[in-house]
Ligand binder design. Structure first.
Ligand code: ADP
Length: 180
């Protein structure tokens, strides 16, 4: 699904966040120590190579909701923005902390002249945030920021399964008041 809102293209796709060659900055659903680990972080670090982990060391640890930016190393992307989502039921208030991840990532993108950014579904894997609830926070937060964006012209959400993509599509249609 593709929508244009206030001059910004919002794309929902199924895919691998570590394989988005046409995007300037990809977002990592990081752990506090910015180590490779599993899920999104594992895929990103594998594709980026050891230089990424080394640069990450100087920023770790980070707090839930915080975001930091590094180079992309062997990834096709210029930057990786690492953000720490809340662990559902543990880091509170989880809605605000999850919204901060999207807000702070977009702020960093703007500061670095990033024209396109791709997000995974932060906190919905190992951190157990229910997908429907997390999707609402993610899309609402991004849609709220869209009118203020000056540099970012494309925001892609990369979902890992068909069923996750369907949840995103339904929520984006609901929030933008359209049926398709
Ligand atoms: P968190 O620790 O923030 O929950 P995870 O990496 O465990 O982050 O998972 C976040 C979401 O990303 C989950 O929905 C998971 O299915 C999905 N995911 C896992 N690997 C990838 C990948 N390579 N590309 C895109 N999404 C992924």
């Amino acid at each position: 699904m593709i929508k244009e809102i206030s001059g910004v293209t919002i794309e929902l796709v199924k895919g691998d966040i570590a394989n988005q060659p046409d995007i300037t900055a990809i977002v990592n659903a990081a752990n506090a120590y910015l180590r490779p680990g599993g899920g999104v972080a594992g895929a990103i670090h594998r594709a980026a190579g050891p230089g990424l982990e080394e640069e990450c060391r100087k920023y770790a640890p980070i707090e839930p909701g915080q975001a930091v930016i590094t180079a992309g190393y062997n990834l096709p992307n210029k930057y990786v923005i690492h953000t720490l989502g809340p662990v559902y039921g543990v880091d509170k208030p989880e809605e605000k902390l999850l919204a901060d991840c999207y807000r702070n990532s977009l702020k960093l993108a703007e500061e670095h002249d990033v024209d396109s950014i791709a997000f995974p579904a932060i906190s919905t894997g190992y951190f157990r945030y229910p997908l429907e609830k997390a999707t609402e926070v993610a899309l609402r937060t991004v849609l709220e920021m869209v009118p203020e964006l000056k540099k970012v012209k494309k925001i892609r959400f990369v979902l890992f399964s068909d069923s996750d993509l369907l949840v995103y599509e339904a929520e984006l249609s609901r929030l933008t008041g359209q049926s398709s």
